[in-house]
Design a protein around this ligand. Structure first.
Ligand SMILES: C[S@@+](CC[C@H](N)C(=O)[O-])C[C@H]1O[C@@H](n2cnc3c(N)ncnc32)[C@H](O)[C@@H]1O
Length: 481
């Protein structure tokens, strides 16, 4: 721990203990938006492999994959990644290769991550892999596990998973109870590794990044550059302040955020947004995010339940919406959503498109125009239309999401920046150069803070903006001639 404190000190950070939160990461110097607070390679990580969609164990790529011929579980895109992982995989491979076919099928990414955790500890103990202040098993020992908060069913599951890990490792000095506790640590400490566009690729354990606590109004953001976790400030953070990221989607209502935080991380958030729970502002916000729209289509009021529970009253114009009317639309949406889920999972985008358009129609009748459910449907429609290469319609839905994103996310939020980026790319493709410049400029403003400026992803975005500017001046000059 002392070694870690020294290593953090040079980065302008320290670890302190708070009675209500446990360890916290504190600044010892002022930080500015876009500044890297801390970055860390994973102690262990695994790609989110499925049987039908494997990824490379080194870089998580889906291209040019070859299966490890010995264990038949792990994939690589080439010798560079294979070499990078070799010290660890050599041992893992020997262990996995001994499993019968049926057992091999039950080796999920989480099981593999645990196997790798113990193998890395072994290799570090034997000094085959070096140890640093930010890369050692002692840091894993410090992670919270919340074992006493976990219900019986979950404990049984962890015990079963621990037995499988034990069977794979076949090492006498490993304690099954400790493995089960480590599964619990994974659940509240591991991070989903996403690409620059926030698409999940894998899961990793970053024991120093895991010291950072949660706030629904965070001052920092976690993004990944390959497997490297990078935490950047999204606002000015004064000296002696706590670094805070969000563990959940901050677009959700207070009740939903609190529910997720309680179920997965076992705490009640007391951030400035959460302490307002039950107050008028928070009730209004939840009614907008999750509630219904006014019967009068021209009214933008939000609705609250009537005291006699017969319906919902618009808080702007007083019109009442009948409970039965609402129940009917809710049930129609539910039936359509169930069907839509099946059609997207069975890769029928045309059918999914029709279903989601019908859902959107009903949600527009039912929900407030800033509702999260409507926003999620627009996101889904955008995704399907992109898949179908229906650029013009895709742009329509991308544009619809922006005002909602602007409302539900803070100014420097990666999702907002990425949505502007998508808009800009679509506008560029459709020849709307001036609009594209506006959208790409907004994307740059946000993403240079959340993603930095030096990554290939950002360089590509900056190049696209440059191209759009060049195209615009070419258009201007040809019009003048
Ligand atoms: C990833 S860890 C964060 C570091 C942790 N405080 C520690 O001591 O290792 C997540 C756990 O920290 C605690 N935590 C995180 N944010 C919190 C908050 N805003 N309020 C209270 N507890 C919090 C919860 O126990 C949660 O399960």
């Amino acid at each position: 721990m002392e070694e870690l404190q020294t290593s953090l000190e040079v980065r302008g950070l320290s670890v302190s203990n708070a009675p209500d939160k446990g360890r916290s990461l504190i600044t010892t110097k002022e930080l500015y938006p876009g500044e890297v607070i801390i970055s860390q390679e994973p102690y262990v990580c695994v790609p989110n492999n499925t049987l039908t969609e494997p990824r490379c164990d080194g870089c998580f790529s889906k291209r040019n994959l070859k299966k490890c011929s010995a264990c038949q579980i792990v994939w690589y895109c080439g010798s560079t990644c294979q070499k990078l992982e070799w010290k660890l995989h050599r041992l893992e491979c020997l262990a996995l290769a001994k499993l019968d076919k049926e057992r091999r099928m039950s080796v999920t990414p989480t099981i593999r991550m645990m196997v790798k955790l113990y193998l890395k500890r072994k290799l570090q103990n034997e000094k085959v892999i070096s140890t640093t202040a930010m890369d050692n098993y002692e840091l894993v020992k410090e992670l919270v596990s919340h074992m006493s908060d976990i219900d019986e069913k979950q404990l049984v599951l962890y015990a079963q998973m621990a037995n499988l890990v034990n069977l794979i490792l076949q090492s006498p000095d490993i304690d099954i109870k400790e493995i089960a506790e480590n599964f619990s640590k994974f659940s509240c400490n591991a991070h989903s590794i996403c690409d620059s566009e926030l698409r999940p690729q894998g899961t990793g354990l970053y024991p120093v990044v895991s010291i950072i606590n949660h706030s629904c109004l965070p001052n920092a953001v976690l993004v990944f550059e390959g497997r490297l976790a990078v935490v950047r400030a999204v606002q000015r953070i004064p000296k002696d302040a706590e670094v805070l990221i969000s563990y959940v989607d901050t677009a959700e209502s207070t009740m939903n955020r609190q529910k997720t935080l309680k179920e997965q991380y076992f705490f009640t958030c007391t951030c400035p947004r959460c302490i307002k729970v039950g107050q008028y502002d928070d009730i209004k916000e939840s009614a907008i995010l999750e509630g219904y729209r006014c019967r009068d289509k021209a009214c933008s009021g939000f609705l609250l339940r009537e005291s006699d529970d017969k319906g919902f009253v618009c808080q702007q114009c007083g019109l009442i919406r009948n409970k039965e009317d609402i129940r009917r639309i809710v049930s129609d949406i539910k039936a359509l959503s169930d069907k839509a889920l099946k059609s997207t999972s069975s890769s029928n985008p045309q059918e999914a498109l029709i279903l989601y358009k019908n859902i959107e129609k009903l949600q527009k009748e039912l929900c407030h125009r800033f509702s999260v459910s409507l926003m999620r449907t627009w996101e889904k429609l955008l995704e399907i239309l992109m898949q179908l290469e229906e650029w013009k319609e895709a742009l329509k839905f991308c544009r619809l999401t922006i005002p909602v994103y602007e409302r539900v996310y803070p100014g420097f939020h990666p999702l907002l920046g990425l949505q502007y980026y998508s808009c800009g790319k679509l506008e560029w493709l459709l020849g709307e150069t001036e609009e594209s410049i506006k959208s790409l400029t907004k994307a740059v403003e946000i993403l240079q803070i959340t993603h930095g400026t030096n990554t290939p992803f950002m360089k590509e975005l900056l190049m696209k903006l440059e191209e759009a500017h060049a195209e615009a001046s070419y258009k201007h000059s040809s019009m003048e001639e």
